[in-house]
Design a protein around this ligand. Sequence first.
Ligand code: FAD
Ligand code: FES
Length: 282
Amino acid sequence: MYKIIKKTVLTPEIFAMDIYAPRVAKSAQPGQFVIVITDEKGERVPLTICDYDERRGTVQIVVQAMGKSTKDLFQLEEGFAIKDFVGPLGEPSEFIKMDIEELKDKKVLFVAGGVGSAPIYPQAKWFHDNGLSCDIILGAKNKDLITLEEKLFHVCDHLYVCTDDGSYGFHGMVTHYIDELIENQGKEYDHIVAIGPMIMMKFVALTAEKYGIPITVSLNPIMVDGTGMCGACRVTVDGETKFACVHGPEFDGSKVDFDEALKRQTQYREQEQLDNYEYREV
Ligand SMILES: Cc1cc2nc3c(=O)[nH]c(=O)nc-3n(C[C@H](O)[C@H](O)[C@H](O)COP(=O)(O)OP(=O)(O)OC[C@H]3O[C@@H](n4cnc5c(N)ncnc54)[C@H](O)[C@@H]3O)c2cc1C
Ligand code: FES
C-alpha cells in the first residue's frame, strides 16, 4: 500500500497528491508516468509523474477528476493509502539524454494544455536546474482549469498564460499564443514540446509545422498494462505501429497520426459514460 502524504485541491476538479513511494521517487525522470490502482476493484489509471523528492521518498501526481477512477482517487484523503503505484514507466524525455552544451544554444517553448502542466513541470524544472532557459505557454478552457501557474513561473524565463474564454490571461488558445509570440512579439524557437489533450497536440503540431519548428508531443492514449504487452496504447508514428507506454509517451509530433489516435481514444466512451453515470447514482 502507498500512503497519501499530502493532498492539495487545486481547482474544483483538479488535485495534487504526494504519495510515499521511495523506489519510484529514486528512479523517476522527467517524461515518465506511473499506473495507479486505488483499491481492490480499481482500474489501472496512468498518471504522469509531476514531481519527485528522493530524500522524502515522495512522488507527486496531479489529477483531473474526469470519470469513475479519478473521482474515486479524489475521495481519498491524507493518511489514506492506495493499493498500487507502479512505475516509473515509459521513456524519459529526450532532452535528458542530450548534451547540456548543445541544449544551451536551443530556445525551447513548452506548451501545456490543462493538466498537461503536470508533465511539463518536471521537464521545465530539469531545464532550470541545469542552467538552461525555456519559455512556457500554459493554456486552459477557463481560469478554473489553470493549474501549477506558480510552480511553472519559477522554472522558466517567460510564462505566458491563456484561456479559451478570456477569463484569465491572453484571450485565445495556445496555438493563437504561439502565433502572437512569433508573429507579433518577434520570438524565435528551435523546438516546441506540447503536452495536453490529444486535439490540442494535433493543432500545436500543425502550428509548429507552419513555422518549420521541430515538435515533441507526449501521447496519452488508453493504456491498460503499461508494459507493452496488451497493445491498448497502439499509435502510428511515421507509418509504424508504436506502443506509447514503452516506446513513448513522447514522440515526434510531426509524424504522429493524430486522427487515428483521436478515434482510438474515444472507443470506450459509452462504457465510460455508463460508469460515470453509475458513480453519480451511488
Ligand atoms: C501516459 C499518460 C499520462 C497521463 N497523465 C495524466 C495526468 O498527469 N493527470 C491526469 O489527470 N490525467 C492523466 N492521464 C489521463 C488519465 O489516465 C485518464 O484521465 C484516466 O485514466 C481517466 O479515467 P476515469 O475512469 O477517471 O475516467 P473515464 O470516464 O474512464 O475516462 C475519461 C477519459 O480519460 C481517458 N482514459 C480513460 N481510461 C484511460 C486509460 N486507461 N488510459 C488513458 N486514458 C484513459 C479517455 O480519454 C476517456 O475519455 C494520462 C494518461 C496517459 C496515457
Ligand atoms: S498499455 Fe498495454 S501495450 Fe501499452
